[in-house]
Design a protein around this ligand. Sequence first.
Ligand code: AMP
Length: 304
Amino acid sequence: MGLLVVGSLGLDTVATPFDKVENALGGSATYISLAASYFSGPVYLMGVVGEDFPKKYIDLLENHNIDLGGLQIVEGGKTFRWSGKYHYDLNVRDTLLTELNVFEEFNPMVPEKYKKSKFVCLGNIDPALQIKVLDQMDNPQFVVCDTMNYWIEGKKDDLMSLLPRSNVLIINDSEARLLAKEPNLIKASKVIRDMGPEILIIKKGEHGALLFTEDIIFSAPAYPLEMIYDPTGAGDSFAGGFIGYLHKTQDLGSENMKRAVIYGSAVASFCVEKFSTKGLEELEYLKVQDRYREFLNLSRFDEK
Ligand code: AMP
């Protein structure tokens, strides 16, 4: 059974202190699907683009065995566009532009073949659309959802309806503080888990990620890279690696959940080494596994 991924596909214009790229392939569903494609197949992708979405990007996704049966291409429509600028501290970014375009009228229709998917990853889009997708699913077993400040501030009610229907919420530290209205992340995790998801993952950029469940708090480091070229998509690649690994192993126990967090971190580390999706385009599962093993040494020490 396939892993269903829903989210944005878009054209990103990104500036970092080192370089700038215009109209590059981006979008939450794009990064999640590419990252998950290295773990298990098939990945079913749902989203919408306009006629201006380059054919080479469609080919790229298809070459990664991503099933595009759920991708709508709107005649005469304009693809989602996003632009961001990173500060010298790459953990800080300003959104310069969000043009929803074809997403404004998007009515997600889940293809029959996708409805029985047990694993669903709701990438960052309007939570009302994330709910529409869940409404059409035939009893999914494991739902991971992502969101961002744009929706926490603009669509809070829809988000609050979505959270009780999600098993995992993945957000970054500033989004967690905003959602919980609480500066301390440990306290915030309790507030957010009370909103519905039994598992919460808080990403902290180059400081790693925290996994919160009923029983455990697990702290994963980020891979220590000397050169981070473009952090765009790191969070989505993390989500794709995380759910891709769980879908592959079909084990939702706490220990495997920790491994999935490390696999997510490993894939994200490849993503940020190059601009746009380039770091994910020619990855190999063996390289991801090698990096996963390197994580073991990052925080292992003798008790004495
Ligand atoms: P990340 O760096 O993981 O937060 O993801 C960045 C990607 O999210 C970019 O490729 C954007 O195209 C996409 N994105 C940014 N804002 C939004 C939004 N409001 N809705 C959907 N996708 C978005």
